[in-house]
Design a protein around this ligand. Structure first.
Ligand SMILES: Nc1nc2c(ncn2[C@@H]2O[C@H](COP(=O)(O)OP(=O)(O)O)[C@@H](O)[C@H]2O)c(=O)[nH]1
Ligand SMILES: [Mg+2]
Length: 219
């Protein structure tokens, strides 16, 4: 485990430019069950890598969609959510987001709007879903309606990391949507950002040419 800490290749976000390799992030207040959900989905396969310096945990997963193999990196918070905000690199190049709340704590539902707002500042169009966790602790909650998801046109799932209800279904659907998004990004934000980066380089080069010219004229 110690070897994994700070392994920079694991945080090399360029790899997400390659095909069939997606990044899925998880958002929500502390103790809503984000980590337990991932552990439940990945079961014995999971080998979480604690990135203590980055306050996150990476879970690597290999999924099969049709006849295609997809590599999935699940990014899980490791405490930073306490501050109600995540570092921009957490959102960078994410292809889908799973937002979790705890049906037993109303405040975690209310806080979804803050998480969603921050998500959309960085990733305006990536697929996102709302997950109501811990239904095993209070089955009556599944009779309630939670309008946040409907209001924002997001898929909604009642799940339980403890007994596994809907966990595989939810993760499989989100992996599929992440891959679809990557193949056909509707916001083109990544491309716009890339063009801006290139534009920046070009103008810098032009400026240095100009400097060169000026220097020549002076001689
Ligand atoms: N009853 C019940 N408890 C859960 C469930 N999922 C998580 N928990 C408990 O909630 C606590 C926080 O879970 P954790 O995954 O660490 O939350 P995180 O901070 O969002 O990652 C732990 O004590 C878990 O055992 C669930 O589906 N049902
Ligand atoms: Mg956690």
């Amino acid at each position: 485990m110690a070897d994994d800490v700070g392994n920079s290749t694991d945080l090399d976000q360029k790899k997400y430019d390659a095909e069939e390799h997606v990044k899925i992030i998880c958002l929500g207040d502390s103790a809503v069950g984000k980590s337990k959900l991932m552990e439940r989905f990945l079961m014995d396969e999971y080998r979480p890598q604690q990135m203590s310096t980055y306050a996150l945990t990476l879970y690597k997963h290999s999924a099969t969609l049709g006849n295609k193999k997809v590599l999935v990196d699940f990014w899980d918070t490791a405490g930073q959510e306490r501050f109600q905000s995540m570092h921009p690199s957490y959102y960078h190049k994410a292809h889908a987001c799973i937002m979790v709340f705890d049906v037993q704590r109303k405040i975690t539902y209310k806080n979804l709007s803050n998480w969603f707002k921050e998500l959309r500042e960085y990733r305006p169009e990536i697929p996102c879903c709302v997950v109501a966790n811990k239904i095993d602790a209070d089955l009556k909650m599944t009779q309630r309606s939670f309008n946040f998801a409907k209001k924002h046109g997001l898929p909604f799932y009642f799940v339980s990391a403890a007994d596994g209800t809907n966990v595989v279904k939810m993760f499989r659907e989100m992996i599929k949507r992440a891959v679809e998004y990557k193949q056909n990004p509707s916001d083109f934000m990544d491309e716009v950002m890339e063009e801006l980066e290139n534009f920046d380089l070009e103008t810098k080069e032009e400026n240095s040419d100009e400097d060169g010219l000026k220097a020549e004229n002076l001689e």
